[in-house]
Design a protein around this ligand. Structure first.
Ligand code: 3HC
Length: 340
């Protein structure tokens, strides 16, 4: 359904680029020129290379938010592992939730190459200073929600993440290649689970439609604010971190999902959704941005529960981290003694 080969334009209107502090010395100016040339040539920036501080900060912000989203994203579905309707569905769901944990680890590792420690990033999450995706602050009320998260939430995530495989920062781009392959499986398993439910009883079909109704608008908002209200987009695109704008990705997602909904036999809950022949794209209705920002700012239905669960897991796991460290120190001491 989704491929890794989007042909995307890199051009952007540079009129609202953030103010980047001027280079401090002739040497730094030369490094900046080299950096700009590499970005212009669509090359990769690697961890040990010089980069502007603002580029480093933007990457740490985006990659750590992304990592947090992956590990907080384990929670709404993890709730359903013990209630999966069959052994097959349980095995698939366990594998998927485990994959999300792995994605978080690749991404924390990528962010660490920029000089920020994992402890610092987790502290920012646990104290509510760091953001994670709005979408994980909504409840999973029944089994159909698990299928819809696969189909729509992971579908939206892939749409956003495929262009990140071409991100200018090497470790992030390389992590995203594997993440996208796994997300693609996640999306398909969700869609397949829904296809099965849609061949079931009237109640099962109603569960799927109800879940689609509740998740559709939240998924559209996942792509972030409209381009005109997105403070980070223009600079992110200039640096080759972001490749496609929030609105363009949202449009691609709508256009890809409409035919999938038709095959599934569900209605997308938007009376304004219709094909626009002139634009060769679907028009769609208004997203509730007030509700989105309330959720991003900590007041969604499950924000407190999600953060509370993460903090508890961190505190409960302290003895494991302490034991692993003590073991590593003991081994190191033994090796040094043997080498002496
Ligand atoms: N939820 C929470 N915050 C959001 C958001 C969302 N859905 N969309 C945007 N924001 C935040 C931004 O982080 C930014 O806040 P900040 O300046 O304090 O950091 C603010 O809203 C303004 O948005 P911008 O459009 O200016 O921000 P960006 O240019 O960073 O674009 C983004 C936002 C498109 C989410 C981009 O950061 C991105 O592509 N991130 C990487 C992918 C990612 O994090 N995806 C999250 C979902 S991962 C996932 O779903 C897991 C999977 O297993 C399902």
């Amino acid at each position: 359904m989704y491929t890794q080969s989007f042909n995307v334009p890199d051009s952007t209107d540079g009129s609202t680029l953030k103010v980047v502090p001027p280079a401090a010395s002739a040497h730094e100016e030369a490094l900046q020129t080299q950096f700009d040339a590499r970005i212009d040539a669509d090359g990769k920036i690697e961890p040990r290379e010089w980069m502007p501080e603002a580029y480093r900060k933007t990457l740490v912000r985006q990659i750590s938010q992304h990592a947090h989203s992956e590990i907080v994203g384990m929670l709404p579905e993890g709730n359903w592992i013990s209630r999966a309707p069959s052994l097959k569905r349980k095995a698939i769901l366990i594998a998927k939730v485990q994959d999300e944990g792995g994605h978080g680890l690749y991404l924390y590792s990528a962010a660490e190459t920029l000089g920020t420690s994992r402890d610092q990033m987790l502290d920012a999450l646990h104290t509510g200073k760091a953001k994670y995706s709005s979408i994980f602050n909504y409840p999973t009320l029944n089994w159909a929600d698990v299928g819809v998260i696969g189909w729509l939430v992971d579908g939206a995530a892939i749409m956003n993440q495929i262009p990140l495989c071409r991100c200018s920062y090497g470790p992030y781009a390389r992590a995203m290649i594997r993440v996208c392959k796994e997300e693609s499986f996640h999306q398909r398993q969700g869609y397949e689970a829904l296809l099965v439910m849609m061949q079931g009883t009237t109640e099962q079909k109603a569960m799927v439609q109800d879940a689609v109704n509740r998740w559709w608008w939240k998924c559209l908002a996942m792509f972030g604010p409209p381009d005109a209200d997105s403070p980070n987009s223009v600079q992110g695109m200039r640096w080759g971190i972001k490749r496609i704008s929030n609105d363009d990705l949202r449009q691609k997602f709508v256009d890809a999902t409409v035919p999938q909904a038709k095959v599934l036999g569900v209605t997308l809950p938007d009376p304004d959704l219709k094909w626009n022949e002139e634009r060769q794209a679907h028009d769609y209705g208004q997203i509730d941005w007030d509700e989105f920002w309330a959720t991003v700012n900590g007041n969604g239905p499950c924000n407190k529960e999600r953060l509370g669960t993460r903090v508890k897991a961190w505190n409960d796991g302290a003895w494991v981290r302490d034991a692993a460290l003590a073991h590593a120190h003991k081994q190191q001491a033994r090796q040094m003694k043997e080498a002496a």
